[in-house]
Ligand binder design. Sequence first.
Ligand SMILES: [Zn+2]
Length: 969
Amino acid sequence: MFDRRHSARLLAAGLLVLGLGTGMFAQSGANKAVGGDDPEFARLVKGWTTRPEFSSPLVDHLPTVAGLPSPKDILGHHIGEPKKLTYYADILKYYRALAAATPRVKIVTIGKSHEGRELVVVFVGSEDSIRNLEQYRTYLGQLADPRTITPQQAADIVGKAKPLYHLSGGLHSGEVGPSEMLMELAYRLVAEDSPIISQIRENVIVSITPVADPDGRDRNVDWYYKYGINETEGRPTGAGVPYWGKYVFHDDNRDINYSQIEMRSLLDWYFEYHPPIMHDLHQAQTLMYTFSGQAPQNPNLDPILYGELPMIANFEMSQMTKYGMPGVWTHGFVDMWSPGYLAFMSSNHNGMIRMYEIQGFSGANTQKVRLGNPNGTGANGVGASTGSSQAASTGAGGGRGSAPDASAQTAGRGNQAQREWYRPWPATGEFDWSLRNNTNYGQTGVITALQYTSQFPKIILENFYVKSRNPIETGRKEPVAGYVIPAGQRDMTRVERLVNLLRMQGIELGRTTSEVTLQEGRFPAGSFIVKRDQPYSRLAKTLLERQVYPDPNLRTYDDASWTMGLMGHTDVREIADKKILDVAVEKVNEKEIHLAGKVAGNGSVFAIAHYGSNNMITLRYRLKELKVQATEKEFSNGGVTYPAGSFIVSGDAATVRAAVEALGLTAASLPAAPSVAMHDLDLPRLAIYSLWSGQATQDVGWVRYALDKFDVPYELIYKERIKKGDLKSAYDVIVLPNQGGSGKRVVFDIEGRGQPIEYKKSETFKNLGMYGESDDVTGGMGLAGVAEFEKFVQAGGLLVTLGQASYFPAEFGLAPKLDAARTTPQFYSPGAIIDAEILAPEHPIFYGYDKKTIPVRYANGPLLTVQTGANPFEPAPPGPPPTPTGVLMRYPGGDEHVLSGLMRGANEIRNRPAIVDLPSGKGRVIVFAGNPCYRWQNFGEFNLLFNTVLNFNDIKTDAQKPAGTAAPQ
Ligand SMILES: [Zn+2]
């Protein structure tokens, strides 16, 4: 091994030299800076690196420069010291000190996190790059929109511009290494005068997100110092910190609509700087995986990109292998299907997403890694290597991006000790892994990627320009020429949301000034038009079209579909007629549009039409001082039909008027209340129940986020509150968001650890105990908690369960007639959008829904059955089986009802209940098989939950279908 490594170093040195075109031996010691290298750094880092091959000639030294603070000068230790993690404030302190000491660094503030931490981007480059950053930024903006320049100008700009390479660490708070490493990288890029680093500094501008989720970073570091630092192999606590960010864990990397402020801030920054490459640094795989965009791939993206991705990944793999570092691989892990990953903002806008997964842990302890042997037997690398880390949960589901039925040995990342064509030199056996190893791999990889970029800066820029220019051309030629979002939709708030989500992503829209006739139909003035002859035409198509999954035998890492019109129940028309490209429009220049509501008439009683806007619940809470009623049937007034569920409000006309207009709703003021059956819309005491496991707090977090955005107050409760009992005296409605995965998991949550694991704020750990406190997050509510839920329902409470939480009432008898089964292993539906059929349209849960069949998202909820009470030993009567009492909505199932994405085995859900309403005692249980509040995404379904909340004490059994009634066929 020594020989191999020794020759690798010589080779590396030789290449450095060739890069400069000077004599091979003249440059020996080329890595040394004027001030010389820090001998302590070299000694300590060598000691912290658990095997010589886990380092490289790029990172085994650190130059000292007088007046330039190294990380140690500010933090007190070198990067990668065991048992040392850095809080966000100290990370910022370091970058600020560095920026103050050199003209090669500049910091810009881009926003504030949910908890108020400053969000920054750090630029590192030559003095010229930083001094003229504004000019370089302008160049990239011009290349990003080729309509602003001629091809000759583009060539000139490519000659003068420099690629901006963006690096991001700390997106996932348990993946701690890269945020440490990036500080050393920034210093090295400033301080070192080796040929590789000098060339990078001269030819590339590096920008850095030090920590993408700083709130989560601090909470995870607190947790590490409280528990993780004392973990040893024999005595792991195993429980992760319950929260990273305020709302989400890993889903900040699945936030397709940029709901979280940290992600949105970066997107806004993107449009100022247009980095052609964005690179997220994760840690999970063994020893380092570099993303190259494997199948299934989004075919809308420029084919050039699919050449670029493996180009750089293969360069990294070959260079690092040459340096003697085992276990660097590509291809077999993450696919290129979903456009929702954070760095995808670059690919979505004609740049390049890049991604690493580096071996690591959620803390800074050195831990054992056990890999199988190269013959394919032995431990699975992932499970063994992530240990108790939160990062392990990224791997849940296994074998993503690979053939679903393949064995672990062949399923890509299955046995990471096995040689594959994309993993020519796997790491094998057993060894210790340290934080410094993680730093060495990550930093060597990133420097290598930057080396590549600095070697071919003009290629990167030219590709960025061509990838930005091509969609304007292809958009004119491809079968889909554009999209129309017609004006005059019943609920225009969903049109407003869709337009704003597209605008947020930089997609250009226009508004028609008169009626437009295309082959596809006539569209009224005021319709929104997306023309495909624009730079972001590919993204528009990706977001608006129905996803046609290329190969049902391939798994995908995240969702298979996201079609925005279907998700938002918004009418969007795909247009083939090329005339759309020439339709006269007023360009929508605003970053956000607002379509004001309308109030007709000037009477004293207001009727607000329930057209299905999610803002209806917001209106109810804004008018909380007023009496608000809901009509139970539709009625007409002044030629306008008000559907069932419309609000009737009297008093304080000015407040009502202002609220309706601000919320984009449709109302009329009438001389008197209509004569139609109504009920009071009382405001419920609403509780949202959460388990303590991190995956659960995230799924609950998405529901909290939606409720917060729509101004719905609620109390977030945990097992601690359940165990106190007497729930009915405190709450009218308890919602269990999708969580747990089984009834047992909902009841017992995190397994006991033999010691209490508290989640509480203290002087030392200020970031713990947020969004809830616990003396012991393990153990779950237990059977005593189940009994309290049972009492709650019996006493008249409304229990609502979503998605996987719906196993709970079925398995623990809270809804005795309900059974919940699972699909077969062959079934696969990573978030397909499918039809659901409403069976009880008069039920308040469907207020605002005007169609019998609606699109819903389907993932992996339970297969529900409601027992009909028929004798199972008697032959079934002829004809279709009766729809049991209480089934409000069902899935027709079958391939013909898959609207977008992939559902393999779609017959398994045929005619299965989607929503069930079962009275129990004085209360009731409403069970959703799907998740009507999935991330910030399936807005069209949100009202199923909101209606349930608002009408909590108005749902009557007679609103359900009578027993035994045949379902409509
Ligand atoms: Zn990650």
